[in-house]
Design a protein around this ligand. Sequence first.
Ligand SMILES: [Zn+2]
Length: 283
Amino acid sequence: VQADAEGKSPQEVYESFHRGFIELFQKLGLSYDLFTSTHTHNHFKVSQSIFLALLENGYLYAERQKQWFAPTQGRFLPDRYVEGTCYLCGYPNARGDQCDGCGSLLDATLLLEPRSKIDGSTPELRETEHFYLDLGQLQPAVVDFLRQRQDYWRPNVLRQSLGQILAEDLHGRAITRDLDWGIPVPVEGWDGKRLYVWFEAVIGYLSAAIEWAQLSGEPEAWRDWWTNHEARSYYFIGKDNIPFHAIIWPAQLAGAGKSSPASSLRMKGSRWCCRMMCRRMSL
Ligand SMILES: [Zn+2]
């Protein structure tokens, strides 16, 4: 969104933020063994490996859906790029994902008199196909994972995650997008689609450890942080990011690491995800 607004490429925008962050952190006296990003060859490779392991284990499925397409631009529009009249309250400037008139979350495809936020043109509904992460099938593993670590999570993280799952079961979530930049979907016939950011960004924790190990001349050293019983991971996050760290990321690791949906998870320390995952991913 920012790149479009500034007439720059997403890469230019990310690079200026990345530079700004590290300069600020260094001024604050912080130092890093590695301050990397998710725009590296290594991260692309690790993310695609996790995707393929989930696919092979039966935790991804493809489904067709309708989405707004802008003929003037020749591309599908993200929900927040479409504005129109709210189908619930009649507010004329509702966004695709939310109406500021009545406060409701919206189904973007139901907007009345839709228009592109970029050039005001009228988009049309076209069918597109995407991969979904089958969170419903992974729910038992995530619930077990959260419950076995009651003393490990901060109370608000546990409350929000477990509470949300138990109040409303998890459902499949689209993990690809029609984009011309980002990590390609590693499946034949899926050109023009990319892995959606919330799917691959959290994989950066693993890929960064692998990159650090390679750079330090001990390519296997990352395993100490991912397969050692005693290893502990700490995430410094804003509250909007809780579901991605406490639900999505554990679900991805559980799904990528399991040999089959029927096999039971062994959960001790961090080992539960890694033994199988590393073998299956040939890492
Ligand atoms: Zn409304």
